[in-house]
Design a protein around this ligand. Structure first.
Ligand SMILES: [Zn+2]
Length: 143
C-alpha cells in the first residue's frame, strides 16, 4: 500500500478513496484553522493524515495555506487553554494568572528537587545510625 495521491490504485481514485479535491482541501483547511489537530481535520476531509503533507510537497500554494491554517489553529487552541502553568509554557501567555501559577509550580518543583538532593547527599554516619534515630538497645541508657 502506498500513499500516493490516488491511493496507490493508479487513476481509479474516482471509484476508490475520495480524491483530495478542492472541496476536501477546503474542509481540511477549515478544520485546521478552527483548531482541529491534523488527524481530526484529515478525517473530516476524508483523507489520510499523510495526504496533506504529500500534496504540500508538490503544491506550494497548498503548502502555504496548510502552514497558515496550522498556525491559526495553534493560536485558537492556545486561546481555549485555561490560564495556568501549561498555558504559560506552551502558549507563551504572560498574564498575571499564568505568571503566578507558573512561578509557584516552578518554585515547588525546585524545592522538591533540593530536598531530594539533600536527602541523597547526607552521609551515613559511621555508627550505622542516622543522628535522629534513637538507639533501640538499652545499651545507650547505661551512660
Ligand atoms: Zn494567561
Amino acid at each position: 500500500m502506498t500513499n500516493s495521491p490516488t491511493g496507490g490504485r493508479g487513476y481509479s481514485a474516482g471509484r476508490g478513496r475520495p480524491a483530495f479535491d478542492a472541496t476536501a482541501r477546503a474542509m481540511l483547511l477549515d478544520a485546521l484553522t478552527a483548531g482541529a489537530k491534523l488527524a481530526e481535520a484529515a478525517a473530516k476531509a476524508g483523507v489520510s493524515r499523510n495526504t496533506p503533507a504529500q500534496h504540500a510537497k508538490t503544491d506550494p500554494v497548498f503548502a502555504a495555506a496548510l502552514a497558515e491554517a496550522k498556525a491559526t489553529g495553534r493560536t485558537v487552541r492556545a486561546q481555549s487553554m485555561p490560564h495556568g502553568e501549561s498555558r504559560y509554557n506552551h502558549a507563551g501567555c504572560r498574564c498575571p494568572v499564568c505568571c503566578r501559577k507558573a512561578t509557584a509550580a516552578r518554585t515547588a518543583r525546585r524545592a522538591a528537587a533540593e530536598d531530594g538532593a539533600t536527602e541523597r547527599a547526607r552521609p551515613i554516619p559511621i555508627t550505622g545510625r542516622t543522628p535522629e534515630t534513637p538507639p533501640s538497645f538499652s545499651l545507650a541508657r547505661a551512660s
